[in-house]
Design a protein around this ligand. Structure first.
Ligand SMILES: NC(=O)CCC(=O)C(=O)O
Length: 262
């Protein structure tokens, strides 16, 4: 089974959801027309950026606006959308939440960031999620995680031991730690023998310059596509059979000894 995945590396306009919805609509149309994408991936907090002090005003009430926006585009273009993440307001909480919408326009899963990143003040404004990021995308066993989550290999492993073969990572990862971004993603791909599709943002906000360098990595650790630091699209064709090949060549999932790891 083959699929063409495109990361949409956006320059998110700080605190301006209307502008960002408009630019995402244009970029998704561009991905479908130019790259022949079957799945598109957006970055973290793409509607608001890290404008956390104004979340009361600009977060999405129950994620309704974003969900119907993504569902409309998924159906229109017959594509799956890994909807980056957005600030979702429910009751008294705001979560950093990813929506996954399939090509029929169905919301098949939502995942809220588990590990909040204190260096960017998330813990003051956001509530952590509790659920895993596992989902089946048209037969592709997948997991979605958000930015800082990639520093927790045990969290990623919890998903791959439950069957994930493709790891989607959405991020707003700053430039000064670009070498961490790349090394962590390569490590997650090699140690889990899975595809890693990682969509970062470009540009800057009042506090950070962001790294870009979205990456698509195969289960052997080869880089299939890499962006530079500018806004743009990167795409690659995934061959899911490669996951099984690599996992049978070096059978780490059979050779694990979890009783020794406590
Ligand atoms: N948005 C984030 O979670 C950023 C994580 C990050 O920069 C890191 O170094 O980890």
């Amino acid at each position: 089974m083959k699929s063409i995945i495109t990361c949409i590396q956006l320059d998110i306009k700080f605190g301006d959801p209307d502008f960002n919805y408009q630019q995402v609509e244009e970029k998704i149309a561009q991905a479908v027309q130019q790259e022949d994408s079957t799945t598109v991936v957006l970055p973290e907090l793409w509607t608001t950026g890290y404008d956390l002090t104004r979340l009361d005003e600009i977060s999405d009430e129950n994620g309704e606006k974003t969900c119907s926006f993504l569902q409309k585009l998924a159906k229109k273009y017959n594509i799956h959308i890994i909807g980056g993440s957005i600030a979702k307001k429910s009751d008294k909480h705001v979560t950093n939440t990813m929506f996954i919408v399939n090509n029929n326009g169905h919301l098949i899963h939502e995942y809220s960031k588990l590990h909040l990143f204190k260096l960017m003040n998330e813990h003051h404004y956001l509530t952590a999620g509790k659920e895993k990021g596992l989902f089946d995308l048209g037969g592709m066993k997948s997991a979605g995680v958000i930015c800082y989550d990639i520093r927790f290999p045990e969290w990623i492993r919890a998903h791959t031991t439950m069957g994930a073969e493709v790891l989607f990572v959405v991020a707003e990862w700053p430039m000064p730690r670009l070498h961490h971004w790349k090394t962590l993603l390569l490590s997650r791909a090699i140690e889990n023998q899975c595809y890693v599709v990682a969509c970062n943002r470009a540009g800057s906000d009042p506090d950070n310059e962001f790294a870009g360098h979205s990456l698509i990595i195969d289960p052997w650790g080869n880089i299939l596509a890499e962006a530079d630091e500018n806004p743009g699209l990167i795409s690659a064709e995934l061959d899911i059979d490669m996951v099984k090949q690599v996992r049978s060549q070096i059978p780490i999932f059979d050779d694990r000894l979890p009783n020794y790891y406590r």
